[in-house]
Design a protein around this ligand. Sequence first.
Ligand code: CAO
Length: 567
Amino acid sequence: MSTIVEIKVPDIGDFDAVEVIEVLVAPGDTIEAEQSLITVESDKASMEIPASEGGVVKTVKVKVGDKVKEGSVILEVEAAGEVPAAAQPEAQAESKPAEPAPAPTAAPRQEAPKAAAGAAALHTLTVPDIGDFDEVEVIEILVAVGDTVEAEQSLITVESDKASMEIPASEGGVVKSVKVKVGDKVSQGMEIAVVEGAGDAPQAGAPAQEPAAPAETPAVQPSARAEPAPAAAPASAAAMASSAPERTSPTAAYAEAAVPLHNLPHASPSVRKFARELGVNLTQVTGSGPKNRITADDVRAHVKQALATGGAGPVGSTLPAGEGFSVLGWPKVDFAKFGAIETKPLSRIKKISGANLHRNWVMIPHVTNNDVADITELEALRQQLNAENKKSGVKVTMLAFLIKAVVAALRKFPEFNASLDGDNLVLKQYFHIGFAADTPNGLVVPVIRDADRKGVLELAAETAELAALARDGKLSPSQMQGGCFSISSLGGIGGTDFTPIINAPEVAILGVSRSAMQPVWDGATFQPRLMLPLSLSYDHRVIDGAAAARFNAYLAGLLADFRRIIL
Ligand code: CAO
């Protein structure tokens, strides 16, 4: 036989009118005892209210935005095989958690060393009684060393899978040290911070020390804190710790604080957990719920948008706060509406190089310095060498000269032969030079190792060999690794200038465009000179504009008079 049972809000302390921010079940759902039914939230804590028993949901009596308190009916369930209706109140009463946990309003103050008038003493602020569960995770530290905190000001936010609450200071003072960090698990009595309170003092001559043991009884509390806290909170018991039908108290969280709330994103514990699982930084999610609360759908939409924008969207789990990019989703257009189309998948190389180029373009502050080199003599030399070496089969290319000249410039300007590693610059003492090679399947960058130890002819032979391997798709991974600096030469094709994208973790790249005969003023007359455009893109975090201009001018000087390379 089945009976209809009302499930009510249990004892959540002596405050009322807590707002429902989420309804987690719907008519027809089969629920189990301890399953979360609704999420309620005050200005400082949110908690999920569990079912006192299971069954099939017949009607839901609350909606988002309603205010509820102890005894408010949340829903009616049909409990199969239950006792007759007449017995319900008792049955329900029995299922209700009986032992409310004490409120975490006031952490017992620890005894300070005996005071000397006028000096300051150190007090350890600990986690107060937050119910009989422990190991609750710290998700936010709300104070830092040097901050002045007041009694009842929130110090940290802790969170279980079902509730979050802020833990207040039992007394005020200047924060001397913070004893916990995000991710730590805390329970009652554990140290949160040490504050130095004016008016108390350490023993004369004694260095400021942290108190050793908690006082037997709570210290006299400032009046601001004397406000009685709600005795217990039902949901949180089940909520914070486990499915055990015990209650915990988010009371401190509900107490009035002397300071404004910190910027904890407004979201329920389950949404926070969901976001953590997906690696979503909630500070980058826009909430669509009441008071901009972030819902699970907001998190999903955020992830979808990030995926649609190729990962450059605001899923910022790997980016520090504030470094994410919030951009429009990629336009979805039905091109077939406008004419005939053919859809072709990107090549594997294009997919890989595209993702790398995208990251490098977005994450590196690029600046490009453009210069021109007079290569009239160098080109004459190249042609002469090729005429002389016809039989050898090795064609001397401009690229080989460029590699040689770049190595000399890297020696002179070592910060171009470097990589960023956090706050360090890694300066390389080897000279491995990459060059972009155009292949039928897309761009690849073979690397000439130890280019400083090779002559122009050897460099020409090796670039030709690697370019052939690249075109045949036969480069091994090791032939594309370890580069210090890259050259992208489009000179054989055309163009006057372009902005090459830095090949991270390198810090600069040289783009070479097509050389052209140009009239150059020699002080008396215009001379026809073969001028080669050099476009040097550099990572402005590492290289200053002046250094880039010097590097490019030096390089142009070497190409104009290659004899200088031996200097
Ligand atoms: N100005 C004028 N002519 C140039 C020149 C320049 N800067 N560079 C090369 N040339 C000429 C060469 O002299 C050659 O002419 P000849 O046959 O008459 O001697 C012709 O252009 C073709 O040169 P090449 O391309 O065979 O040889 P290379 O050394 O210049 O280039 C390589 C080799 C592998 C760099 C090239 O084949 C290539 O793939 N370039 C494209 C690189 C690229 O895609 N960069 C863009 C990356 S970002 O998308």
